[in-house]
Write a protein that binds this ligand. Structure first.
Ligand SMILES: NC(=O)c1ccc[n+]([C@@H]2O[C@H](COP(=O)([O-])OP(=O)(O)OC[C@H]3O[C@@H](n4cnc5c(N)ncnc54)[C@H](OP(=O)(O)O)[C@@H]3O)[C@@H](O)[C@H]2O)c1
Length: 266
């Protein structure tokens, strides 16, 4: 199983391409000769990345700025994408909130579910039929090791990533033999703007340097995994430890530990 070869008309669509893992995914696909559609809200960043990639590689890069937490904007975007030849969809945009759910801003919590869950599902439902119709395509979903276990003080995020992880692995099984493949990227700590967006301050200082992977490492591992039809890509040693620990440690033990860890983060 591999993903479609690039053609002049085909596009790899990447959500959350204005920074971090999404920006690095854009570079990984462009390096392989894939033309792109970049999606996020910060249009200036998307255009700057598009200009860089078009200069560096022989690819076309389109920008479609959209607030994916906005259901109406999302519907219009998906309508535009249905007019395009989408070879691969990287459903990567996401953010986290930390703290007791009752203390967090209700509107922001709702946006988190819209972006991390509903938007991912909407993209799959909209784009998959065309991929199945031509028996080729790839879907890469960015979940998280946070989706393996309950996470007090990070409840909404962990629940959204449990959805992403389960949706992705379920599709991987469901699509076997169809020519379309789905891979889960389940990162642990990746150096991006993720911590700043979650208002975590100097989160990088709380873990030793070796515990982190770069966005480029995570993205390249994800693209290789997608190309080789892997079910789940977990980049780096810390993520692999979290992955196994989260899946196999009894939740009665993990719950108080994670309550303390995430409660102390802010
Ligand atoms: N970094 C980590 O340690 C880590 C670990 C596990 C999983 N992840 C997951 O990896 C994915 C990428 O995150 P990252 O680490 O690369 O963080 P990041 O640097 O903060 O990137 C997040 C991306 O999502 C986009 N985004 C946020 N809200 C959006 C909205 N309403 N509409 C459209 N786009 C939106 C942002 O663009 P705009 O602000 O321009 O809209 C940005 O491009 C996320 O799903 C995250 O949950 C990250």
């Amino acid at each position: 199983m591999t993903i479609p070869l690039p053609t002049p008309d085909s596009r790899v669509v990447i959500t959350g391409a204005s920074s971090g893992i999404g920006e690095a995914l854009a570079e990984s696909f462009a390096r392989r000769g894939h033309s792109l559609i970049l999606i996020a809200r910060r249009e200036d960043r998307l255009h700057a990345l598009a200009d860089t990639l078009k200069t560096r590689y022989i690819v076309d890069v389109d920008v479609d700025a959209c607030d994916l937490a906005d259901a109406s904007a999302r519907t219009l975007l998906l309508g535009r994408l249905l007019d395009r030849d989408i070879s691969v969809a990287c459903l990567n945009a996401g953010f986290a909130t930390y703290g007791a759910i009752a203390d967090l801003d209700a509107i922001r919590e709702h946006e988190e579910v819209e972006l991390n869950v509903v938007a991912v599902h909407d993209f799959v439902v909209a784009l998959l039929p065309r991929m199945l119709g031509r028996s080729s395509g790839g879907i890469l979903i960015t979940g998280s090791t946070a989706g393996n276990q309950p996470s007090p003080n990070n409840a909404t995020y962990a629940a959204t990533k449990a959805f992403a992880n389960t949706l992705s692995e379920s599709l991987h099984g469901e699509l076997a033999g169809t020519g379309v493949t789905c891979t889960l990227l389940a990162p642990g700590p990746v150096r991006t703007e993720f911590g700043a967006v979650a208002d975590l301050g100097a989160i990088e200082k709380r873990l030793p340097g070796f515990a982190w992977v770069t966005a480029e490492q995570a993205a390249e591992a994800a693209v290789r995994g997608l190309e080789s039809g892997k079910r789940r890509v977990v980049p780096g040693a810390t993520a692999k430890l979290q992955d196994v620990g989260g899946k196999y440690t009894p939740h009665s033990i993990l719950n108080p530990i994670l309550r303390k860890v995430y409660g102390d983060l802010r």
